[in-house]
Design a protein around this ligand. Sequence first.
Ligand code: EPZ
Length: 417
Amino acid sequence: MSVMYIEGGVPLEGTWRVQGAKNSVLPILAGCLLTREPVRISNCPRLSDVDAAVDILHHLGASCSWEGEKLVVDARGACETSIDQGQMRAMRSSIMFLGPLVARMGEARVSYPGGCELGPRPIDLHLEALSTLGCQVQEQEGEILCRGRPRGGVIHFPFPSVGATENAMLCGVGADGDTTIVNAAREPEIVQLQQFLNALGAKVTGAGGSVITIQGGHTLHGGEVSVLGDRIVAATLLAAVAAAGGEVRVEGVDWRHLSTVLQLLEQGGCRVRSGVDSVWLRRDRYVPLRGGGCITTAPYPGFPTDAQAPVMAAFATARGTTIFQETMFSRRFGHVVGLREMGADISIRDQAAWVRGVPRLHGARVTATDLRGGGALAVAALGAQGQTILDGLEHIDRGYQDMEKMFGHLGAKMIRR
Ligand code: EPZ
């Protein structure tokens, strides 16, 4: 297993165009099952989670091929109705295939999905939504069998779950009748899923707001989509500049998708300028960040849970105490162990991490235990004094495409060996 060697304390300088968003491309890949014509996906990130989705598509009978950074999916030949347990466990988004698979085949058999260990991650809202749309859902000894043609219906989510909203949209598009989703998640990735489905001939409206409506009964054709820029990779990059100092322009991301993160970094003393498709951030490496306040994660447009860990890493060396309150997942402070190894002063009480800024972190041997936690340890290492050896790269590779190339381009000394 390779590890990352990171030499800290080097300011980051330059411009970087962020990769396509993992959390956008994964539901799009599942949505390719809804058409029998080819779909071309550009700006598709090369990630192990994308490989896992491609693996599922192949298994179901679709063909997938890379044309440079474009992934072409042709699901004409899809005829399989079940997904292997190993494939389901490879990532959380494997569950996203359930809705489109039952819509296409009238039957789908899956098991519980895997993914980052962030505490319990039930799929009850996914299953209830499919059941509301008219599918019969049976759970038996870890297996989920979903049968029947979806008719459409009105789904009321008690919580705006991202994945359940996407699954409901994908199933609703394949349904015979109309679907309304109330209290839908509002993330930019949901808006992109709507754009993608409509580009294929679906009739979906309302994404970005709390009520999404879908006119069922349309046959989808092929089409093209360009995956939107990854706002969490952008947030990680900006947090790294906040930690290490320097001046970086991140291109390919809409600053409005990052506004809560940018506001916090600005309050901490970073200079931020936002363009149409880019964000520029500067932090004087001789002036520490200013901590203080309480950051509470929330569904979009609130502070993203996925940015909590990388941003916390930057505030580990801020002046003052910053509190991070995690409301989305019960175990999303896995990175704190590694940050403490590097000299951070962080205590956890219930769902809050109290980060008392220290003058500097030092290099250490640390292990990523989840994707964004891995991003946090990389951010900390870039700002720390001395060398960090970062283990657990399999987590990082799920969502950060060539992390060492990205930071290396900006002057960081980060080598994978
Ligand atoms: C998506 O996960 C993202 N993953 C996550 O990103 C992200 O952290 C999360 O949304 C929140 O923004 C993808 O898009 C692939 P949820 P998802 O359903 O869909 C509870 C990353 O690092 N819940 O909105 O799984 C759930 O337990 C990843 O890129 C139920 O109770 O998130 C959690 O507490 C990690 N029942 C809350 O809702 C359900 O059926 C939010 O989950 C579904 C969810």
